[in-house]
Design a protein around this ligand. Structure first.
Ligand code: ATP
Ligand code: MG
Length: 208
């Protein structure tokens, strides 16, 4: 078990993790090094109001895969806060809960560039920015200048504290992994072996 109470700088890696993949794990690792975090809490979402419901596995299964993915890694932890909460997932509520649980820690919310560009449309972005530093990584080849422009805009309009990370372009997404499963193609090296085995045993993403 990770001793999160002693962490001064906590990373939060939120996602639907449907399924979790190597891009998520490398991003968490990268953020830890870039920002000097003590560790990262993976936070699978509950029922997201923004995602296509048909392809979405239940929270319990996405949580199970996340646990398998981080197994044995001391500085990675996994929380069932959002999955247990049920209903829509609001990031600001999660950040408020975590700040109450770990009052001395500084929270760093880790996102890929797609989320940096959409976060203003999330519920109560002002409250999100109040509770954390955003650690935003490049994704899908979006130029750093675009990220920098967005960073400045969010800082100006919302007082957001944002650190940008140049992240290697990994063309990995859960969408692509689900497509591969559907087409009977391999997902080896895209997800940890334990996750791949769990997906195969349970015939996930086959008949969508
Ligand atoms: P989906 O295709 O279902 O949307 P996804 O691969 O985007 O899945 P999410 O669970 O939506 O995964 O993403 C969780 C977080 O991880 C988001 O902040 C997202 O930007 C980031 N992320 C996921 N994959 C990558 C990647 N290859 N490079 C950088 N960031 C990534
Ligand atoms: Mg996504």
């Amino acid at each position: 078990m990770s001793d999160i109470e002693t962490w001064e700088k906590i990373g939060i890696m939120g996602g639907t993790f449907n399924p979790i993949h190597m891009g998520h794990l490398l991003l968490a690792q990268w953020a830890m090094e870039e920002a000097g975090l003590n560790g990262v809490i993976f936070m699978p979402t509950g029922n997201s109001y923004m995602k296509d419901k048909i392809e979405m596995l239940p929270g319990s299964e996405r949580l199970a895969m996340t646990r398998l993915a981080i197994h044995g890694r001391e500085c990675f932890s996994c929380s069932d806060l959002e999955v247990k909460r049920g209903g829509n997932t609001y990031t600001y509520e999660t950040l408020e809960s975590l700040q109450c649980m770990y009052p001395r820690a500084r929270l760093y919310f880790i996102v890929g560039a797609d989320c940096l560009f959409s976060i203003e449309n999330w519920y109560r972005p002002d409250k999100i920015f109040r509770h954390c530093t955003l650690l935003a990584a490049s994704r899908d080849g979006a130029p750093m200048e675009m990220l920098e422009e967005k960073r400045r805009e969010l800082a100006k309009h919302h007082g957001a504290d944002i650190l940008l990370m140049a992240f290697p372009n990994m063309e990995i997404s859960s969408t692509d992994i689900r497509r591969r499963c559907r087409e009977g193609r391999s997902i080896q090296y895209l997800v940890p072996d334990r996750v791949r085995e769990y997906i195969a045993q349970n015939h996930f993403y086959k008949n969508l």
